[in-house]
Design a protein around this ligand. Structure first.
Ligand SMILES: Nc1nc2c(ncn2[C@@H]2O[C@H](COP(=O)(O)OP(=O)(O)O)[C@@H](O)[C@H]2O)c(=O)[nH]1
Ligand SMILES: [Mg+2]
Length: 258
């Protein structure tokens, strides 16, 4: 609990056997997390066996590999079913430090921000933490275009460390999003569409082989998906087309996007 809020951490896991335990231990170490939900996307390693031994943890298994977006859909659905007031998504690959949990949860609990991102770009630690140069350049370039097209000022759209309030998650049409990696970009576009404020905290990151498996091909597809999502947002703002993600009527409590 944080103040009177039930805090649930969700981990979309795929072949995370070597890092799950370390991530999980630090997550619980803060004493503010009520429940951890691990969703396994049909890993080929011992992820499920390890997860089932963890305390305060709900394990959900996809019988077949459905993708990172589908994994997050399960994570958020289960977290809401389990009565979460605040949901934090963190990759179980030990790339993002759980030491930021109290800060991120605190900012959501305060009511200031229904969405908080742990940014590897703010504070300038990404390259120092070992982010490959090509990923850094792609991150900066994509973020620039996404900000431009969606009228945002985020330092990065690509972090795997995100906190949400229950109210915001319930209002986002998450099921309309992709089952693939571009889900990450689509969620943030939906948050912006809802006019909900997004806060960022700087987040140290570390790259090591187990923490980074996405290669050039899948990254390219992801990048194109990010750009397409931003264009779709821009078009919808101009009143063109239709999209489940960006509906005409925005009966949301955060007001209209600028
Ligand atoms: N559900 C699911 N997750 C995946 C799959 N492939 C990779 N991931 C997860 O996606 C996340 C991001 O991938 P990662 O290789 O860490 O990317 P990077 O850290 O940005 O270089 C990690 O948490 C992986 O476990 C997959 O096929 N299904
Ligand atoms: Mg990673």
């Amino acid at each position: 609990m944080f103040q009177d809020k039930r805090v649930v951490v969700v981990m979309p896991a795929y072949n995370a056997a070597s890092t799950l335990l370390a991530t999980h231990r630090e997550v619980l170490g803060w004493g503010i997390v009520d429940l951890v939900i691990v969703v396994d996307d049909s890993s080929g390693d011992e992820t499920v066996a390890i997860a089932r031994e963890l305390p305060q943890t709900l394990v959900h298994v996809h019988e077949r590999n459905r993708g990172y977006g589908a994994n997050q859909k399960s994570c958020f659905r289960l977290a809401l079913e389990e009565g979460a007031d605040i949901v934090v998504m963190v990759h179980p690959d030990y790339q993002y430090t759980p030491k930021l949990l109290p800060a991120m949860v605190g900012l959501v609990a305060s009511g200031l921000y229904p969405c908080i991102l742990g940014s590897r770009i703010l504070g300038g630690g990404a390259l120092r933490g070992g982010m490959p140069l090509w990923k850094y350049v792609a991150n900066r370039g994509l973020t620039f275009v996404q900000n431009l097209l969606m009228g945002a000022k985020l330092s990065e759209f690509h972090t795997g460390y995100r906190a949400f309030s229950r109210q915001l998650l319930e209002e986002l049409p998450l099921e309309a999003n992709s089952d693939d990696f571009v889900f990450d970009a689509q969620v943030l576009a939906e948050v912006l569409w809802a006019g909900a404020p997004i806060g960022e905290v700087s987040c140290p990151t570390k790259y090591f082989p187990e923490a980074s498996s996405i290669g050039l091909g899948r990254s390219l597809r992801y990048g194109l998906g990010c750009l397409w999502t931003a264009f779709e947002y821009r078009s919808r703002r101009a009143g063109l087309g239709s999209s489940e993600r960006f509906p005409d009527s925005r009966s949301l409590s955060w007001g209209s996007p600028e």
